[in-house]
Ligand binder design. Sequence first.
Ligand SMILES: [Zn+2]
Length: 195
Amino acid sequence: MKRAIFIERDGILNYYRFKNNYPIPPTCPAELRIKTDAIPLIRSLKSSGFTLIVITNQPGISRGYMFWRDLDLIHKRLKEEFLLDDIFICPHDENDGCNCRKPKIGLFVEAIYKWQIKINESIIISDKWQDAQVARMLCCLSILINSPWIANCRHDLLVPNLASAVEKINQIKANNFFCNRIEDSKHIRFVIGDA
Ligand SMILES: [Zn+2]
């Protein structure tokens, strides 16, 4: 069984583009601007023994403004730069009714099965509320990087940037952490305990 870091793509590994003040992901390799500061940070997590898995919503496929070929090329580049083990994609739109568009957990379940992931010893890093919600449902630690997209969601840790997130992970890892799910009639909550 492996420990994984699940990573949101846009805003963490690459920059958004802005169109009419609205953030949009790159739709072809020429539009991809990698966050180079993130490369050594993400690679260090790999060196620490985590399996690196990106899970991303890319509704541009369903909406018809992005081609699979271009998305594959973008992901090939991201895998090479960040030494990612895998990338899982939801290509659907909100109205498609799929089971994989975050905050649904479909792609995470697929990744857990494929890579034999010990989910309660894994971590989700994101700058969006959807991923924190997934973490809660899966009993997995969430680290949110502050952004305009975190809303008022429940999260475990909130940090200002990716460097702080990696620092937290190194601290937690030293304590051999795992997430415990504690349920009573009213609440489900998660604590970090010692393994
Ligand atoms: Zn989907």
